[in-house]
Write a protein of this length. Structure first.
Ligand SMILES: C[S@@+](CC[C@H](N)C(=O)[O-])C[C@H]1O[C@@H](n2cnc3c(N)ncnc32)[C@H](O)[C@@H]1O
Ligand SMILES: C[S@@+](CC[C@H](N)C(=O)[O-])C[C@H]1O[C@@H](n2cnc3c(N)ncnc32)[C@H](O)[C@@H]1O
Lengths: 193, 193
């Protein structure tokens, strides 16, 4: 028996059945708690498959930072970044690094219906050298004003909602991407906590 | 003679010649300084024509909040909200209120190439009754997760970049919307401060 009411259980099921397993985000030393919180919330809203992160201070996502939102997202702290990139590329993911650089393409030119890892950079220094090294695509969000950059949680949202647009057009929110086994396992975990 | 170098002056000109006079934003009691800052920055990046706001505490946008970014955006504090809506509607603007409601359409269904005012709601209470009363369109950004809402600065960015997409497709960033008189007046103001 689940420890939640029927409505809540239905909501959990719907989330897992529409979860975009093949759309993932890596926060490469994003540090502001406010940004971390907003990014987790947007990842939840777009229903990304997994959120990876690393942090200068080995912070873990917790309730204080996300007000609980991280509980519903699969997330993982990355220690060995080289291994992380090698593994995810082996799985067939394209690495899309968001970057404020000449050597970039407009973010809308990327096909986000492919298995995609989106990389977000640090508030001050941007994405790390290692992330740039493993980039398959470097993308920029066009800007027409005085500011040098967007807030990182804003950049994340603009890219993720472009991915959501492409994926919903293709019907990718209509059929499950997670295996039935993972869905059932996760439901148990969620419904008992 | 302008008090800025040639490169800086060129940048200022470019901003004014691409400014989207007919795309405007109203912050209806948005109060968090972090959100105000991110919204100003995104409005600058998309180069919106004007940013209106009101605030429970009569706060004005200042350097402490925006780190200077508001200087490059036309902005106005709204005292009389009824008059504000009546005037802007008389000018031919459609009022697009962002809302978490059943009675909404997907934000991508709106034609943002028309003169448009986008209304953002308060972090806790959402858009005011008055804003809803004057709404021509009520729009929602689809969400597939547990969270009830997006961060307001994130919602603003998702909508503004949809407007940017539609407007750049239509070549609206390629010809000036401000009058030459306003451009020259503004250049003088900017170049001397
Ligand atoms: C505040 S920016 C970093 C600024 C840093 N000074 C630099 O030059 O990279 C933080 C992160 O937000 C994202 N970002 C911000 N604006 C962006 C834009 N216009 N295009 C793509 N990514 C952007 C990138 O992930 C970036 O690393
Ligand atoms: C945190 S939300 C307000 C939540 C408030 N409890 C409510 O129910 O309206 C703050 C503002 O962000 C915007 N917003 C957040 N998520 C949105 C979404 N999914 N669609 C449209 N607007 C959204 C709206 O302007 C909203 O008023």
């Amino acid at each position: 028996m689940y420890l939640v009411n029927e409505e809540r259980l239905e909501k959990m099921k719907k989330i897992l059945y529409t979860r975009q397993d093949t759309l993932r985000v890596f926060m490469d030393y994003v540090y502001s708690p406010h940004n971390l919180a907003a990014i987790v919330r947007t990842c939840d809203a777009v229903n990304v498959g997994k959120l990876y992160y690393r942090h200068q201070k080995k912070v873990k996502l917790n309730n204080e930072i996300t007000m609980g939102a991280h509980k519903w997202i699969f997330h993982e702290y990355i220690d060995d970044i080289e291994k992380f990139y090698q593994d995810i590329k082996k799985e067939g993911y394209q690495v899309v690094v968001t970057l404020l650089d000449e050597d970039t393409v407009d973010f809308r030119e990327v096909d986000y219906t492919k298995p995609t890892l989106i990389v977000l950079g640090n508030e001050v220094d941007g994405a790390s050298e290692t992330s740039i090294k493993y980039a398959d695509k470097k993308v920029i969000i066009p800007m027409y004003g005085m500011s040098q950059s967007l807030n990182v949680s804003v950049a994340n949202a603009v890219i993720l909602y472009e991915a959501q647009r492409q994926r919903s057009l293709k019907g990718m929110y209509d059929k499950p991407q997670l295996t039935e086994e993972i869905i059932q396992k996760t439901l148990k975990k969620w419904a008992y906590k």
